[in-house]
Structure formats: C-alpha cells, structure tokens
Design a protein around this ligand. Structure first.
Ligand SMILES: [Zn+2]
Length: 393
C-alpha cells in the first residue's frame, strides 16, 4: 500500500471521527456538525451557504469548488443518522473506533463515511484546477421525511448552473445504482358512531369501515403483484403494499368510534404515486362512507400522506450513470432496496446515480461500521472524479 493511499485514508478517518462525534439523530439539531463542515471548508478557502429549515434548528449546507459558470458534478450526502436507542453497541456509537480493518460508529456506513471521504478530497479538488466544478450538498432529515434536500435542489438551475450529474453517496459498496422504488407512507383514520354492540342499528363501527378499506388495499396489492415490474430490476418484482399497524375501539361491547391504520407502498418506477391513494379514496367515498352513514351520520374517512420518497427510475446512458460507471470501473448499474434523496434530484430533471462506500447491511445496525477498504475505494473514486473534472471532458 502506498503512502499516498494511507495518507488519504487517514485524512478521511480523521474527518469521519469528527462527523461521528456529533449526535445528529434526525430528532436533533445538526447545526454543530454544519458549523464544523463550514469552518473546515472555510479554512480551505471554500465558501459555503447554509439553508436553514423553517424552525432554524437544522440546516443544509452547499459549497462549490471550481468555475461558477459551468455545469458541474454534485456530491450529495445527508448528515442525519438513525437513533441508537434500544440497540446494543459494544462501544460508544458517537466515538469512532477503528479495529480489525473496520471503523465503527453511528453513521459510518449511512452515510458520514461518504461525507468524510468527499470532504477529505476538497484540498485535492482545490489543487487540481477543475474545469468542471464539484458541488457538495449536505442535507438533513433524510432518515425521516427525506425533505431536507429540497432547498439545495431548488437552487440548482436557479442560483447556479444545473449540475450535469448528481451522485448521492448512500452505501452501495461503491457500485453505481440507478434504480430504487418509491416509498410512500400513509395514515388512514376512520370515524364512526359509538353504540352498544347489542344495538348495531344505532351506530357505525369505525372498525368495520377500516376492515373494508384494508380489504380494498389488499385487493389492490394483488393487482400490483399481477402487474409486476416492467423494468425487471426489483426484488420483489412488483409494487408492494403493507399495513403495519391498526388501532381501534375502546371495549368489546362497544361499536368503535375510531379506527386508524398505518400503511405504505413501495412502488416500481412508472407507478403513478397517486394511483393507490386515489383508488382507496374513491372506495372510501363511494362504498365505505355511504355504508357507515346508513346508521351513523358523522362517519368519515381521512387519509394523510405522511412521507413520500420518490423512486429512482433507470435512465440508461445518462451523464450520471456514464460518469459513475467509468469511475467505479463497471459496465452495469445495480438496483438498491432502499429509498434515497436521488428521486428528488431526478424529479428536478437532474441525472442522478446512487454510489457510496460501505454496505447497507451495516446501516441502521448496532456496531455500524465501514471497512477501511471501502474508505480506500471511496478515496480512489474521488481522485478519479478530480481527474475527470480537471480534464474538462
Ligand atoms: Zn442514508
């Protein structure tokens, strides 16, 4: 191993240690971490811009290296991590521990490892004389609503030239991933009218309404399974629908006034994300509510979309795919099983690929880690990117 590889690994690990030390669980402020990145960049002579959230307790950060009048390559990472509560860790999750060729700590794989590798190469990006600029985006709330990247995206093409390629550094073992499903999560509340169970004609059971709606969801689910996945890229090869939680009723002999259920779908590319909620809504309006209102005039159904993460549709031959495949030395893109911010970038018309160090198998787990080998592969990617951006190709 050359001294150069070791030096870059050390630089990335030093920054990773700093990033891991900030507890940026999505419920907490990420501002101390943003302060750190801001001053790190500023010490290198790189200006950055903060984009705070509505309450001011979190912020995204964007920075650019290279010419400001040309379309560049955007490296995007989220700064928040999932909680450690209830997990059994061998050591402090917020203190980087390097042992047996692995760096342990919350966020090392998902995805402070990528952020650290990118930041460690800012001096190289600066020194290389880029003809194509490199943009850095650090977002928040990815693990909850996936909306903390919307502001940085809104600037692209408005306050700066739209990037020609976006690389979202979620852990893919440094393979280029060009597809993932959408993830859309809902809460449906059914309200009825309470009555004694011996007098069903005096009430409307919210549980009955909920069961009718859940049956309809499973009917739609069967249809989605039959419809399948035209792209042939996903496992399972269809849009899945899942009901995860049902809450309702107060006593065995009372017709329930309220029943709520939480459900989601994970859609293959090409699925209109409005289709399933619109069909459920129509069933509620045309069948369930009239049925309940026969004996309970206040009966109603309300469905709220809580989280909507758009899918990433394959875009063969896109600038992002070509660049990423070239830099990772592969000739085919892969599919990933999780949602990411990539669909938001793609939805804004920006060619986007998911590619980052570490494995999703370790993400969200106790004793989360990234191997030093993956850090090295990530560093090689950044070096290749710097060379490509210097070539002005
Ligand atoms: Zn992530």
């Amino acid at each position: 191993m050359t001294n150069d590889v070791l030096a870059r690994r050390e630089a990335a690990l030093t920054i990773l240690g700093q990033l891991v030390a900030f507890d940026t669980e999505s419920s907490r402020s990420n501002l101390p971490l943003i302060d750190y990145i801001e001053s790190y960049l500023s010490d290198l002579g790189v200006a950055s811009l903060r984009l705070p959230n509505a309450t001011g307790d979190k912020a995204a950060l964007v920075a650019s290296i290279g010419p400001t009048d040309r379309s560049g390559v955007c490296l995007s990472g989220h700064t928040d991590v999932v909680p450690v509560a209830g997990q059994s860790w061998t050591s402090d999750p917020f203190k980087l521990r390097v042992a047996n060729g692995k760096a342990y700590g919350r966020g090392t794989a998902d995805m402070k490892g990528f952020c650290a590798v990118a930041l460690a190469h800012v001096p190289l990006f600066k020194a290389t004389g880029l003809k194509t600029p490199i943009h850095l985006v650090f977002s928040y709330d990815e693990e909850t609503t996936c909306l903390g990247v919307k502001e940085p995206i809104a600037r692209m093409g408005r306050d700066m030239p739209a990037p020609r390629a976006v690389i979202v550094g979620e852990p893919t073992m440094m393979q280029a991933a060009d597809a993932h499903k959408s993830v859309v999560i809902f809460n449906t509340d059914v309200s009825g009218t309470e009555a004694h169970s011996s007098k069903p004609e005096l009430g409307a059971s919210a549980i009955e309404g909920a069961v009718m709606l859940m049956s309809e969801l499973y009917r739609i689910r069967d249809e989605m399974v039959a419809r399948g996945d035209p792209s042939g890229r996903f496992s399972p090869p269809y849009t899945s629908i899942h009901i995860g939680e049902v809450l309702g009723g107060t006593a065995r002999n009372i017709m329930a006034r309220l029943c709520s259920f939480f459900w989601e779908f994970r859609g293959v590319p090409g699925l209109d994300t409005n289709e399933i909620p619109a069909r459920l809504e129509r069933h509620a309006r045309e069948v369930v509510v009239p049925h309940l209102r026969a004996n309970g005039s206040h009966a109603d159904v309300k469905t709220v979309c809580e989280i909507s993460v758009p899918g990433l549709a394959p875009d063969p031959g896109s600038a992002a795919e070509s660049l990423a495949l070239r830099l990772v030395g592969r000739n085919r893109a892969i599919t990933v099983p999780y949602g990411s911010e990539a669909g938001h970038f793609q939805g804004a018309g920006l060619p986007t690929i998911v590619c980052g160090p570490g494995s999703i198998d370790q993400a969200h787990q106790p004793d989360e880690f990234i191997t030093l080998e993956q850090i090295d592969v990530g560093c090689a990617f950044m070096r290749g990117l710097a060379e490509w951006c210097a070539s002005g190709e």
